[in-house]
Design a protein around this ligand. Structure first.
Ligand code: FIX
Ligand code: ZN
Length: 400
């Protein structure tokens, strides 16, 4: 498993040409929104006061509160330790400023090489959102592609914030109205095609709320059925649905304030059944959705399940999910993605996940060996390649 180069099918990383959009280094690691949510539980500090701190001040506060005043045993805290250890830094000093010195000396190009090498990454898929001004500028200026960073066209605003998104499309020269007329739907398809031409994305993606209801007369449903699925099929760009995120449950926490809700699997069944020639790549956020998602994937070969997303990306749940997926899907799924927002996280997110996936795979192999099945290293290597991007890439090539 440690020899197999990994395809990381969903991250928030950017290649060097996106400049400051690529986050890296110890202060970014410590102020990752997972740690922000955790640190605010130990203080009565007004949220505003925290948000007004500099990045360094926030990192100092988080280091003091979560690492020095208490043991850093949570998954996101442990992740920081794994990164520092894998980079060869001395954890016993617990000296944050000494770690900062190490990062100060790094050039980002070299550091990307170092992290990809340490985490054994073949390539990552980015999250590219044309509605983010800073990012749109890079694409408009012309983007020097780095083959280790493939793009994904992220379209949340189109699907979940249409009343504001349509104004943006208008501003960009698309003849749209808030009402989803034939003309507007046609222009939405032109927008999607333009950005597919621009980005050459692996897939189109959106984070969708637990209230997702397709078919329905919601704008989300109408745009999915009357624009997304058509362009997705025509351009052979799968639609990736990340279902179950409840945005800003606690707005005071900003990005750290999103939560989770159980979604209705019927929407997914409907799409997979009614659009059998379309490809859907799916992850769901609620633990309670996982078993029915696996069963749904058994019913529809045009549905590819991936990752232990966000609040599921913890050893206890990764083990449960990987086990039930292998027991019902064999190797026809992608067990994990990193969702890394900070470059260095690739090191810990993959090291931690591989420990669990390895454990489950060994158990499954032991069971078939006990039945008399023979297995050699070449076959194991083949299977691991399937799990770490092979099946994902085969799925992308299939023509249903
Ligand atoms: O929608 C998404 O891509 C989510 O992964 C993010 O919004 C979320 O903040 C995250 O990074 C979870 O790991
Ligand atoms: Zn994400």
């Amino acid at each position: 498993m440690d020899e197999t180069p990994i395809v990381d099918v969903h991250t928030h990383l950017f290649d060097e040409s996106f400049g400051g959009l690529l986050l890296w280094g110890i202060d970014e690691l410590l102020t990752y929104h997972y740690l922000v949510a955790e640190v605010m539980r130990y203080t009565d500090m007004p949220y505003e006061k925290f948000w007004n701190m500099t990045k360094k001040e926030q990192a100092d506060f988080i280091w003091k509160t979560l690492f020095l005043e208490r043991s850093p045993i949570s998954e996101s805290n442990r992740g920081v330790l794994t990164v520092l250890k894998e980079l060869g830094l001395e954890l016993s000093t617990k000296n944050l400023d000494s770690y900062r010195e190490f990062f100060k000396g790094l050039k980002i190009g070299d550091y990307i090489d170092m992290v990809f090498d340490k985490a054994h990454i073949k390539y990552v898929v980015m999250t590219n959102d044309p509605f983010v001004d800073e990012e749109r500028k890079v694409w408009k200026k012309g983007h020097k592609a780095d083959s280790r960073f493939k793009s994904a066209l992220r379209i949340d605003p189109l699907l979940v914030k249409w009343p504001s998104a349509y104004l943006k499309l208008k501003e960009w020269g698309y003849d749209v109205s808030e009402k989803l007329t034939e003309k507007t739907l046609k222009e939405i398809k032109r927008f999607l095609n333009d950005w597919i031409d621009n980005m050459d994305p692996v897939y189109m993606a959106a984070s969708l709320p637990p209230t997702l209801a397709i078919p329905s007369d919601t704008e989300t449903s109408l745009i999915v059925e009357n624009a997304i699925v058509e362009v997705s099929k025509e351009r052979d760009v799968p639609f990736a649905m990340m279902i179950g995120a409840k945005k800003l449950t606690n707005p005071e926490l900003q990005l750290a304030g999103d939560s989770v809700g159980k979604a209705n699997i019927e929407s997914l069944e409907y799409l997979a059944r009614n659009y059998p020639h379309n490809k859907f790549i799916v992850t769901m956020l609620s633990r309670e959705n996982q078993h029915e998602l696996v069963v749904t994937a058994r019913k529809f070969r045009n549905l590819h399940v991936f990752g232990c997303w966000w609040f599921l990306n913890n050893p206890s749940i990764i083990e449960e999910m990987t086990r039930e997926r292998m027991e019902m899907l064999g190797l026809s799924f992608t067990p994990q993605h990193s969702d890394a927002r900070v470059l260095d996280q690739l090191i810990y997110k993959w090291k931690h996940s591989k420990e669990i996936i390895k454990k489950v795979l060994v158990e499954k192999y032991s069971q078939i060996i006990d039945s008399g099945w023979e297995l050699d290293e070449k076959e194991i290597s083949r299977d691991v390649k399937i799990l770490f991007g092979g099946e994902f890439e085969e799925f992308l090539k299939r023509d249903f």
